[in-house]
Design a protein around this ligand. Sequence first.
Ligand SMILES: Cc1cc2nc3c(=O)[nH]c(=O)nc-3n(C[C@H](O)[C@H](O)[C@H](O)COP(=O)(O)O)c2cc1C
Length: 183
Amino acid sequence: MAKAQPKILLGVTGSIAAYKAAELARLMLKRGWDVWVVMTSCATQYVGPLTFRALTGHPVAHGTFAEREQETYTHLGLTEGAAALVVAPCSAQTLARLAHGFADDVLGCAALALDAPLLVAPAMNARMWKNPAVQENVATLQRRGAIVVPPGKGELACGDVGEGRLSDLDAIVRAVARVLAAG
Ligand SMILES: Cc1cc2nc3c(=O)[nH]c(=O)nc-3n(C[C@H](O)[C@H](O)[C@H](O)COP(=O)(O)O)c2cc1C
């Protein structure tokens, strides 16, 4: 009998690295995972929900409200049966919202309703990443059991060089695979 595909929620936030989430979704789909995308409103300015809908074959939840009345489209329906929520790229803003339990959009609500591991892959300017407020939010999430896939070093979109660029996509996929294997 064929193994059930694990349902992975991919949260995409307003980072310049949001376009990389399309490739990340593709890599996850290649693993045979059932990928559902949840976007912040801001993320939709960087990459369109249609891209993810076309790649995953599922409607994309974004902003505050479900676009339509599909049952599986609400934050509660979305989280049902989810094996993990992976927020990649995770902006400084969403990192803070997750650390403080904000429920002001579908992604925030889904994170609160989630009964599965949370993984976050932050991506931001190096100075933002070093800021104690950001580091405290990271530590808060880790203390609660979230897995943080740390950003890489190198040239950033803003032209600065330092730590803050979205982790290598394969490293994110491997982190999710480890979580799934751990059951
Ligand atoms: C061009 C541009 C690029 C940005 N890139 C990032 C980024 O990589 N990481 C980040 O934390 N914020 C970045 N921001 C700021 C976020 O878009 C902003 O904080 C937004 O409120 C994030 O909202 P969200 O987390 O709800 O998506 C960028 C802003 C602009 C204008």
